[in-house]
Write a protein that binds this ligand. Structure first.
Ligand code: HEM
Length: 257
C-alpha cells in the first residue's frame, strides 16, 4: 500500500509509454564519443608533425592560432577550440557516468560476471570503464592547460613542458589511456550501430591496428619532444621561430603580445 502511494506521488503510475530518453542519451553518447575519437586521431597526426621537424610543428601550431590568415598569432582561437572540446568531453563523461558501477558491490558483481562469462567484449567494456575513469583526470588536466596557456604551444615550448617541466610521464599515461579508450570505443560503436558492416574478426583486427598505429605514432612523437627538450634544457623558455618566418616579440614566458 505504502509503495503504491509512493509510486503515485512520484508520477510513475501515469507512465503508460516507455521513455525514448535512454535511446536518445545512448545516441548522444555515441556521437560525442565518435567526435572525440576522430579528434584524437587528427590530433595525433598534427602532434607528430614534430617528427618531420621543428618547422613543421611550428607551422601546425601557428595555423591553429590563425597566423596564416590574420598575419598575427591569436592563441585565444586555440582556447576557443579547447573550450568547445571541454564541453563535448564533459557531456561524454556525464553520459558515460550513467553506466558506471556506482558502488563497490556493483563493481564486484560486474567483475564476477566478466570472469564467469569469459566473453572478450564484456571484458573490454570493463577496460572502457577503467580508461574512461583515468581520462576524467588526465584528459581534463590536459585540456585545461591547453585552454588557459595556448600561447605555450610550439616546438620548444611543448618540448620544455614535456622534458624540463617533467610532464612526460603524464603524457605517457594520457597517450596510452586515450588511444586505448578510443580504439575500444570505435570498435564498440561499429558493433552497436552496425556500421561499417564488417565481421567481428575484421573489426577486431581494425581495433588492434588502430591502437598499435596511434600508440606507436604518439610514442615516437613523445620521444622526439623529450629529445628536443633535453637538448634545449639550457635555454628553457626560449621560443622557436623558423629562420624564414617573421620573428615575434616574446616575453620570457613565451607570450606573444
Ligand atoms: C584544443 C584542444 C587540444 C589542444 C590544443 C592540444 C594540444 C596538444 C599539444 C600541443 C600536445 C603536445 C604536448 C604539449 O605541448 O603539451 C598534445 C599532446 C597530447 N594530447 Fe592534446 N590537445 C588538445 C586536446 C586533447 C584531447 C581532447 C585529447 C584526448 C583526450 C588529447 C590527447 C593528447 C595526447 C594523448 C597527447 C600526447 C601525444 C604524444 O605523446 O605524442 N589532446 N596536445
Amino acid at each position: 500500500m505504502h509503495d503504491r502511494i509512493l509510486i503515485t506521488q512520484a508520477g510513475l503510475a501515469e507512465r503508460t509509454r516507455k521513455s525514448r530518453w535512454p535511446a536518445r542519451l545512448d545516441l548522444l553518447q555515441s556521437a560525442t564519443g565518435l567526435l572525440l575519437a576522430l579528434f584524437l586521431c587528427g590530433h595525433l597526426f598534427f602532434d607528430s608533425s614534430i617528427l618531420i621537424g621543428k618547422d613543421a610543428m611550428w607551422v601546425v601550431s601557428k595555423f591553429y592560432e590563425g597566423y596564416f590568415f590574420f598575419g598575427k598569432a591569436h592563441p585565444w582561437l586555440v582556447s576557443l577550440v579547447a573550450g568547445l572540446l571541454f564541453v563535448v568531453f564533459m557531456a561524454h563523461a556525464l553520459l558515460a557516468l550513467r553506466k558506471f558501477p556506482v558502488n563497490y558491490r556493483q563493481y564486484r558483481t560486474i567483475r564476477a560476471h566478466v570472469r564467469a562469462m569469459r566473453h572478450g567484449d564484456t571484458r573490454l567494456w570493463l577496460w572502457q570503464v577503467y580508461s574512461g575513469f583515468l581520462l576524467f583526470f588526465f584528459g581534463a588536466a590536459h585540456l585545461y592547460q591547453m585552454a588557459f596557456w595556448p600561447q605555450l604551444i610550439g616546438p620548444h615550448a611543448s618540448s620544455d613542458r614535456i622534458w624540463s617541466d617533467a610532464l612526460w610521464p603524464f603524457y605517457l599515461i594520457l597517450l596510452t589511456v586515450a588511444v586505448l579508450h578510443a580504439a575500444i570505443g570505435l570498435y564498440r560503436l561499429a558493433l552497436k550501430w552496425g556500421w561499417p558492416r564488417f565481421s567481428r574478426p575484421v573489426l577486431k583486427f581494425l581495433r588492434g591496428t588502430l591502437f598499435a598505429f596511434f600508440l606507436t605514432l604518439g610514442l615516437l612523437a613523445l620521444a622526439q619532444y623529450m629529445w628536443i627538450g633535453l637538448l634545449h634544457s639550457d635555454h628553457y623558455g626560449e621560443r622557436y621561430t623558423p629562420s624564414w618566418a617573421a620573428p615575434e616579440t616574446q616575453t620570457a614566458q613565451g607570450e606573444t603580445p
